[in-house]
Design a binder for this molecule. Structure first.
Ligand SMILES: [Zn+2]
Length: 473
């Protein structure tokens, strides 16, 4: 009996090894190029449908040829590529989408549609694409599927010859062994190429000053693509500044004045595909505070704000590792998450089971869970700043007034946090993910929490490292 159990155990371990990401042989199933599946993601607050648009060759495959299956399973959506002949899953990735965020806003009372793309290695044989959505209990449920025959007439194998000038910011090796970041620019006039180059150098430099990017710089390649515009700046509907720019980025997404997104997915993808890329950063030639980051889609930042370095790194955290915001005193444009269940994001917890805290391995003995901090005082100050921030925008005051307010806030918060007893320790500090109560973060401070010039907390660093591993080994 014991022997039989042992055999079952051994065969179970064997199966999980066979089914893990290590076991899919890239060359058996894929050619060395990227299939881009463009589709329309349409719906309203309660319904969603998918409709195929185009299937294209998006250039050489830039991702890992070893980590083909996504074992992190981050994000609100997940897609899988199934080999049609054998039923075997041969590629998968988690992702977030603009549609998914939009669906939680009041705008979704009416129908809307968004262009999206999924990219995967070019299959040699017919495959089935499955899209799953995260359910209220955090499991994934398949909600749509479509068959793809890579040799059918509606799948275009011709690569797109790039019309854009691009350059290497730094390069450490072959795309398949590195995390490849493409930096795009919007709102730069034809005469501002040198400014774009300088902005890229400066902001990419800021990212690689921060751990774990600093230590793991050699795991990355960064390239930039130049897309000049007829005039300077991008669209800013809230203050009534309207523009048409090369990549069509705009402030005011989902009626949040500081939320910068681009809805022209086709153009963004065509431009990005000028180079091999896994992740996309878009700099906007603006001073007005703003940016955005969507997991596995792109991140955006206003390049000329006093806080651009912070925004760049913070938004990259969303885009790269699906990190949750750890702050909760800012007004945001979508509804709060349900805190009855444990969030899937790696850097926040509902702490339903303190004995099994998901970052327990980083907690030193003797640190109480939950961990006390001077929350009341901190909140009082932050809410007052939020009021002033709103009033500054309503009065239409110049950006330096807002920057001065944020600088005052930063200095005060930095000093207050430095004095707290458990600063520097990993614990479970209440207040995270837009929730003042019921959700917890790992340290008193983190780039996902305040604008202080500090590091990612150790839990965020851990999450980022796991994603790096998925692309470069
Ligand atoms: Zn963090």
């Amino acid at each position: 009996m014991k022997y039989a159990k042992f055999l079952i155990l051994i065969s179970g371990v064997f199966c999980s090894l066979v089914l893990s990401g290590q076991s899919v042989n890239f060359n058996e199933f894929f050619k060395d190029s990227t299939l881009r599946f463009d589709f329309f993601h349409t719906g309203n607050a309660s319904e969603e449908i998918f409709a195929p648009d185009r299937m294209l060759n998006d250039g050489p495959w830039p991702g890992s040829k070893i980590h083909l299956l996504d074992e992190l399973k981050l994000g609100p959506y997940f897609f899988e590529i199934e080999d049609a002949a054998t039923g075997r899953i041969i590629y998968s990735r988690g992702f977030a989408s603009i549609f998914g965020e939009w669906q939680t806003t009041p705008e979704a009372e009416n129908w809307g549609t968004f262009q999206e793309s999924l990219r995967f290695p070019w299959p040699k044989d017919p495959v089935v694409l499955h899209i799953s959505k995260r359910q209220p209990d955090n499991s994934f449920r398949r909600i749509w599927q479509t068959s793809i025959n890579p040799t059918a007439r509606n799948v275009n194998p011709a690569p797109l010859p790039s019309m854009y000038e691009w350059w290497e910011v730094f390069c450490n090796g072959k795309p398949e062994n590195k995390v490849d970041i493409v930096v795009l620019g919007d709102g730069y006039a034809q005469s501002q190429k040198e400014k774009f180059k300088a902005d890229v150098e400066r902001l990419v430099g800021e990212l690689f000053k921060v751990e774990p990017f600093k230590t793991r710089r050699s795991d990355f390649n960064v390239r930039a693509v130049w897309t000049p515009c007829a005039m300077e700046g991008i669209n800013k509907p809230h203050p009534g500044v309207f523009r048409r720019s090369a990549l069509s980025l705009t402030y005011g997404a989902f009626d949040s004045e500081r939320y910068v997104l681009g809805f022209d997915n086709r153009t963004l993808r065509d431009v990005a595909a000028s180079v091999p890329y896994d992740f996309t950063f878009i700099l906007v030639n603006e001073r007005t505070y703003g940016g955005g980051g969507i997991y596995n889609l792109y991140a955006t930042v206003a390049a000329d704000n006093k806080f651009s370095d912070y925004i760049f790194v913070h938004e990259f955290g969303h885009h790269f590792a699906a990190l949750a915001d750890e702050y909760y005193t800012s007004a945001v444009s979508y509804e709060a998450p349900d805190i009855e269940i444990e969030p899937w994001e790696l850097n926040i917890t509902a702490l339903k089971d303190p004995a099994h805290l998901k970052w327990k391995h980083l907690v030193e003995e003797g640190t109480p869970i939950p961990t006390p901090w001077d929350k009341e005082e901190f909140d009082k100050f932050s809410y007052e700043i939020q009021k002033q921030r709103k009033a500054i925008r309503e009065r239409g005051e110049p950006e330096e007034v807002m920057e001065a307010l944020f600088e005052f806030e930063r200095t005060h918060e930095r000093e207050a946090i430095a004095k707290m007893k458990y600063t520097g320790k990993v614990g479970a500090f209440e207040g995270a993910g837009y929730q003042p109560y019921g959700l917890y973060r790992a340290e008193t401070d983190c780039i996902m929490f305040t604008r202080n010039k500090q590091a990612f907390c150790r839990v965020c660093q851990d999450a980022i490292s796991k994603v790096i591993d998925q692309y470069c080994r």
